[in-house]
Design a protein around this ligand. Structure first.
Ligand code: SF4
Length: 358
């Protein structure tokens, strides 16, 4: 293998074609390889049975496959939740979680190993930042999940239908590579996942929200809010000191103005910290500020019961408190759901991804 061999999942269809031209292979061979990667889900050249043996051999020698090494897979929820731990060059951990439902299958993908944002309630934040993943490494997580979903003995065997960038890391701190992964997976000649089947979650990086508003593909935006006021939000989400609540809400309003797309607000409920009736009222008042026109509110609140992180004294809100919070928002006509948690037993739920480092 050459030192600087290209990584196959970082290459577009035309880059693979250019490489094959260099190798004096016909263009249709490049299309075969691309189809093998993204439609047949081949994980290695050896699985590309429609290619001549010599070409498979050359691919194995001169192009890098599997930049992420699969360390282990844990299963929970009767096999319907699967968490993969990968390693980059045998070192920094990266996790992806596949959740299989009756009618759909969703993968939660990491964009970084670790995270610099240090949100108080999040196990990944405690790891600190390790590295930015490449687009190809994000794509590899999705292809792993698609293979798992295809093989799962689940009712109806759903193929992978949704990709949510809510794993380790802040996607907008690695924007270019994150967006390249969306474009690759959306490509109709390849994996062909609809733009509306992608969701990106940000902790409120304002330039990223504004940039997303200008993108052509209508991917969904989720905003990790967790508190309606600066004082508390800065304690829970330190980047709030740089991008305070009002600026974030203004960016969201600009985003909904431009795109007419609904934004999800993620709100982890912590007992006695951000779950009081007064905070529900404040949140409702704040979200009225996202209205694009009087009466048109393109927002939805996702309440997330907190999943304990070892060593963190915070506690999840009690069930009744969660329901009261939801009812308070609904009285203000804010659409609101309580997220059904998956993978708590294998530390695969929201905020629990720490690559086995606790
Ligand atoms: S919640 Fe998201 S942004 Fe905050 S530390 Fe965890 S991974 Fe990073």
């Amino acid at each position: 293998m050459k030192d600087r061999a290209p990584a196959i999942h970082d290459m577009s269809a035309s880059e693979i074609e250019a490489l094959l031209r260099e190798w004096r292979q016909p263009a249709y061979r490049a299309r075969q390889i691309y189809r093998q990667l993204y439609a047949q889900l081949a994980a290695a050249p050896g699985e590309m049975s429609d290619l001549p043996a010599a070409l498979r051999e050359r691919l194995a020698q001169e192009v890098r496959f599997n930049e992420l090494e699969l360390d282990r897979v844990q299963t929970g929820d009767g096999g319907l939740t699967r968490k993969a731990l990968f390693r980059v060059n045998g070192g920094p951990p990266v996790e992806a979680v596949l959740m299989i439902y009756r009618d759909r299958a969703t993968v939660c993908v990491s964009t970084q190993s670790g995270c610099a944002m240090a949100c108080r309630f999040c196990a990944t934040g405690r790891m600190g930042f390790r590295l930015n993943l490449t687009a190809g490494q994000m794509v590899e997580q999705v292809l792993w999940a698609a293979r798992e979903a295809r093989a799962a003995p689940a009712p109806g065997k759903p193929l992978l239908t949704n990709v949510v960038y809510m794993g380790m890391g802040e996607p907008f701190n690695n924007y270019d590579r994150w967006w390249a992964s969306v474009e690759r997976l959306h490509d109709p000649e390849g994996f062909n996942l609809g733009a509306r089947n992608f969701t990106v979650s940000t902790v409120g990086i304002v330039p990223g929200i504004l940039r997303l508003a200008r993108e052509k593909l209508p991917v969904n935006l989720a905003l990790s809010l967790h508190a309606p006021d600066d004082e508390l939000r800065s304690q829970l989400v330190p980047v709030n000191r740089k991008y305070p609540v009002a600026e974030v809400i203004e960016a969201v309003r600009e985003y909904t103005d431009k795109t007419s797309r609904r934004v999800s607000f993620e709100y982890v409920l912590l007992q006695g910290v951000n779950d009081q009736p007064a905070r529900a009222q404040a949140l409702a008042r704040l979200l009225k500020g996202t209205a694009t026109r009087p009466g048109v509110r393109l927002c939805h609140v996702n309440l997330i019961p907190w999943n304990p992180v070892p060593g963190e004294p915070l506690k999840p809100s009690e069930r009744q408190r969660v329901l009261d919070f939801q009812a308070a928002l609904e009285r203000h006509r804010i659409a609101c759901t309580v997220r059904v948690q998956r993978g708590v037993d294998i530390a695969a739920a929201c905020g629990q991804l720490a690559g086995g480092v606790q």
